[in-house]
Ligand binder design. Structure first.
Ligand code: AMP
Length: 283
């Protein structure tokens, strides 16, 4: 049987309430759909650790900038439903925009310490939209545990902080990045790449792995590590750097030397497609 798709908030609340009354712990995986093996890994982890797994599919307009890809973002609900069913999902919450944002809605959530820098500076308003929609989803689904991917590291850190700061009774878990065989992080946006761009997209993980090797060889100065990463990207035809940074892994504040766990993070355009990736650097 295919996983039921529920567009109504009241109905989701009712089904989750019934699961909870039956003693089941609720796991939640928020997504924008166009599901791939990265999403599947989050759902599998939820399946392992909780008893009632809810996946939301909602392309959230408030996290897209005016010139970004909201209109062309892939919408593949029937395929997504098959994937959710195959990996063991109890319920898909797929609201429409009017359900999530009635015309009179005017409250937004911000996490100033973590929403600036990295993607926050390049995508103004993005994390405000993310934090707002995720808190709304948490209030609707009321999960015990919610699963996010390390692929979007700043997002996962920011949501952990939001849940802590606002006493949200949901544990926010960050799961490892799932990659293609050549190391490219899986992303719904990879389907925008031409075959040539797809070949060049391996430069993101090569650049990150290079930083890891330099660190292992004893280099701890962030400017030199970043220089090495930039060199690799600049040797890749068609790659245009949006940012390359190394920051404290917890606070996401800039650092000069890697003395504690740090995150090497980058965003790179291949043609018009913007890809992001990151690795944790452990000194
Ligand atoms: P999205 O549909 O792109 O908003 O992503 C939904 C969730 O899946 C987010 O928590 C992402 O971080 C996570 N995710 C996306 N791609 C991957 C990946 N390659 N590996 C692990 N998690 C991922």
């Amino acid at each position: 049987m295919l996983t039921p798709v529920v567009p109504s908030i009241a109905e989701v609340r009712q089904l989750v309430r019934e699961a909870r009354q039956a003693g089941r712990r609720v796991g939640f995986v928020p997504t924008m759909g166009a599901l791939h093996a990265g999403h599947a890994a989050l759902i599998r982890q939820a399946r392992l650790e909780t008893d009632f797994v809810v996946v939301s599919i909602f392309v959230n307009p408030t996290q897209f900038g005016p010139t970004e890809d909201f209109g062309k973002y892939p919408r593949t609900l029937e395929d997504d439903r098959q994937l959710c069913t195959a990996v063991g999902t109890d319920l898909i919450f797929a609201p429409d925009a009017a359900t999530m944002y009635p015309p009179d809605a005017s409250t937004f959530v911000e996490v100033p310490a973590l929403q600036t820098g990295l993607c926050g500076d390049r995508r103004p308003g993005h994390f405000r939209g993310v934090a707002t929609v995720v808190l709304k989803l948490f209030n609707i689904v009321a999960p015990d545990v919610a699963y996010f991917g390390q692929k979007d590291y700043q997002q996962a850190r920011l949501l952990q902080q939001m849940a802590e700061d606002l006493n949200v009774p949901t544990q926010v878990v960050m799961c490892p990045t799932v990659r293609e065989s050549d190391g490219l992080a899986m992303s719904s946006r990879n389907r925008y790449l031409s075959p040539v761009e797809r070949g060049h997209a391996v430069c993101l993980i090569q650049s990150l792995e290079h930083a890891k090797l330099m660190l292992a060889a004893g280099e701890r100065h962030v400017n030199l590590l970043v220089r090495g990463m930039v060199d690799i990207l600049e040797q890749t035809p068609g790659a245009r750097i949006d940012y390359v940074e190394i920051r404290d892994a917890k606070t996401l504040q800039p650092i000069g030397v890697v003395e504690r766990p740090a995150v090497a993070a980058l965003a790179v355009f291949l043609g018009t497609t913007r890809l992001i990736d990151n690795l944790i650097l452990n000194p």
